[in-house]
Design a protein around this ligand. Structure first.
Ligand code: UDP
Ligand code: MG
Length: 312
């Protein structure tokens, strides 16, 4: 029996956990050659999530948990789960059943076939707002163009990975973790399976529009330095224009003489350039702040309690 770890980040998910565990267990019963273990990460929930997970771990034999000292975010929860995983394969899954457990039935044979990872991507988006879908598509187009990773549109964190790949993901020690990019960056062969997204079983999404924008920025700044080149490119273009303008003005002055009008165009030009300078400064600031956070070398999370360390 090969051991497989299922990592499940939970943040205020008191209603979903038991439904999730039951549904998974029902489905995974059909796969015989594996021993499935769960690692629930309580990411600083404010409701009864921890109580329910602890309860579940006492009633069952295959549930481990890690509980953070506060909410550190899903990326940190995933990292904690991966660090504590010991199985030959590791599965990452959301607790709200938006990642259909029955897909594991398709994933297992593929990973046995020799893929290093089998990952799920959303094909239809039930219960998702139109504008989100639009920006999502645009985001993946952009990040794939300007970075050296290639993330398919609709890619989710739902995936199974081999031990070897998990160890490589863990070898990246950056604290600003954009996992979707990291999974691509480490290489290996990933098979993508499409699935139809369901609405969550209970609770609400933890992602606001602003949080998604932050996440997208994180991805771009984390995996591409192309935006930093914007200043150079714009600078070159404007220097070119101003040189041509200088030549034209010089010739005009020599031929026709000096005339005064041009106030409005000068103002337009100055404000336009000022705007561009501020944008470029902002971009520099993004990278600087990431560098700042990175050099502080703060831990990604603190564990308040867990039933894992007791066993070790
Ligand atoms: N999650 C987490 N920490 C957070 C936010 C979310 O561990 O700060 C978990 C959440 O409990 C769920 C998964 O990450 O299991 C995905 O969250 P959600 O369903 O809110 O995201 P969506 O499916 O809307 O992208
Ligand atoms: Mg969800």
């Amino acid at each position: 029996m090969k051991p497989v770890d299922i990592i499940v980040p939970c943040y205020n998910e008191e209603e979903s956990i038991e439904i999730f565990y039951k549904e998974c267990t029902d489905i995974l019963r059909n796969i015989k050659d594996y021993n499935f273990n769960y690692i629930f990460i309580n990411d600083g929930s404010k409701d009864n999530t921890l109580k329910i997970i602890k309860n579940l771990s006492e009633k069952t034999t295959n549930v481990k948990y890690i509980s953070f000292s506060r909410n550190f975010g899903k990326e940190s929860a995933i990292l904690a789960g991966l660090k504590e995983s010991t199985g030959d394969y590791v599965i990452l899954m959301d607790v709200d059943l938006q990642h259909p457990p029955k897909l594991i039935l398709d994933m297992m044979p593929l990973i046995e076939e020799g893929y290093d990872s089998v990952a799920a991507k959303r094909e239809a988006r039930k219960g998702e707002k139109r504008y989100r879908e639009y920006f999502s598509i645009k985001f993946y187009k952009l990040i794939n163009k300007i970075s050296d990773v290639n993330i398919p549109e609709g890619a989710t964190d739902y995936r199974i990975m081999s031990r070897q790949m998990v160890d490589c993901v863990l070898a990246l020690e950056e604290s600003q973790r954009f996992t979707k990019g990291i999974f691509e960056w480490v290489g290996f062969e990933t098979k993508w399976l499409g699935y139809e997204s369901e609405e969550r079983v209970a609770g609400t999404t933890k992602w606001s529009g602003l949080a998604l924008l932050k996440y997208a920025l994180e991805g771009i700044v984390g995996f591409s330095t192309a935006p930093l080149r914007i200043a150079t490119i714009i600078g070159l273009i404007f220097s070119g224009f101003s040189f041509i303008y200088f030549v034209i003005t010089l010739i005009k002055t020599l031929v026709i003489g000096i005339d005064m009008p041009g106030y409005a165009s000068i103002i337009c030009f100055i404000t336009f350039l000022g705007g561009i300078q501020l944008i470029v400064l902002g971009i520099l600031g993004e990278y600087l702040s990431k560098t700042y956070l990175e050099v502080k070398r703060r831990p990604n999370y603190f564990v308040k309690e867990s039933n894992i360390y007791k066993e070790k």
